[in-house]
Ligand binder design. Structure first.
Ligand code: ZN
Length: 293
């Protein structure tokens, strides 16, 4: 009898979820940054999603090695430093089960920056203008919150242009001494008319002149990953186009809320705005590890 019980316990432990098959490169993440988690194959286990607070993030196949799965979890700039519980949802024996992981959000300690822009870009006046701003915001959020089920990316991301970074992501900004915000992307030096290229394969989901971001192109790379190109002066693509990495999207400019000509490059994952360069290096060095540009 003892032998039978021992055998059953042994078999049961073999079938149980093995947390060592979930690879978390770090347990600490700064606000405004993303976290990459890899899931190795486990017999009888179907990985589904990871839930953090009320938000659920779908676990996808690695686009190159389909036996591996991944999830990228974004932590908003406004996340407070605290411990977060990640609930991994999986299916075993047709039953939904959960396993937890702990991650600590730490303070990104971003620098401060004072910006001077035209008054109307800080305090927009008039009903019509306010309606335009809110329409543009809602339209963009609807796009960002759409998770396209398959990935367009096969090879690592590249920069949208080769130039000097003039302002990093995350700087705590004060506009004209009053309005407070944070720098939601990375600024590259670009005189008006500099070609801007797609950072990776994607579908063009928005091409528009907007109040704050000026000439705007939004790219959907699939599986919840978006890159954004702001303040452009000319477009070479249109909504619905499929673009290849390196393809020209248009020319840089100084449209929208700017202090001068530059490219503002930003990224969203699962609706959350994150440091675009950190997201790109996270994807290139983990998800697409070993793949050439
Ligand atoms: Zn910017």
């Amino acid at each position: 009898m003892k032998v039978v019980i021992a055998f059953l316990v042994f078999t049961f432990s073999l079938l149980a979820f093995d947390i060592t098959k979930v690879e978390l490169p770090t347990h600490k993440v700064k606000n405004g940054k993303s976290l990459f988690i890899e899931f190795l194959e486990q017999k009888g286990i179907e990985y589904k999603s990871v839930k953090v607070a009320k938000k659920s993030f779908q676990i996808f196949d690695n686009p190159i090695e389909t036996r591996k799965k991944y999830v990228i979890i974004p932590f908003s700039y406004y996340e407070k430093p605290e411990n977060k519980t990640l609930n991994i949802k999986y299916i075993e024996d047709k039953k939904i089960k959960y396993e937890t992981l702990l991650v600590k959000v730490i303070d990104g300690k971003y620098e401060k920056e004072e910006i001077q822009v035209s008054k109307e870009k800080v305090n927009p006046q008039g009903k019509e203008l306010k309606a335009r701003i809110s329409k543009e915001y809602n339209e963009a959020m609807k796009i960002y919150n759409t998770v396209s089920p398959s990935s367009y990316i096969q090879t690592p991301f590249i920069m949208p242009l080769k130039s000097k970074i003039t302002s990093a992501f995350g700087k705590a900004r004060t506009y004209n001494g009053s309005l407070k915000g944070y720098h939601s992307g990375t600024d590259f030096r670009a005189k008006v008319g500099t070609p801007i290229i797609a950072a990776n394969d994607a579908r063009v989901v928005l091409v528009k002149d907007r109040f704050y971001s000026g000439g705007t192109v939004l790219l959907d790379h699939g599986e919840g990953i978006y890159t954004c190109y702001f303040h452009m002066s000319k477009f070479d693509v249109k909504k619905g186009d499929l673009v290849k990495k390196g393809e020209c999207l248009g020319l840089s400019g100084k449209s929208g809320r700017v202090t001068g000509p530059h490219l503002h490059f930003s990224a969203r994952i699962n609706g959350v705005q994150v440091d675009p360069l950190q997201l790109i290096s996270l994807i290139n060095n983990n998800l697409l590890k070993g793949k050439k540009e």
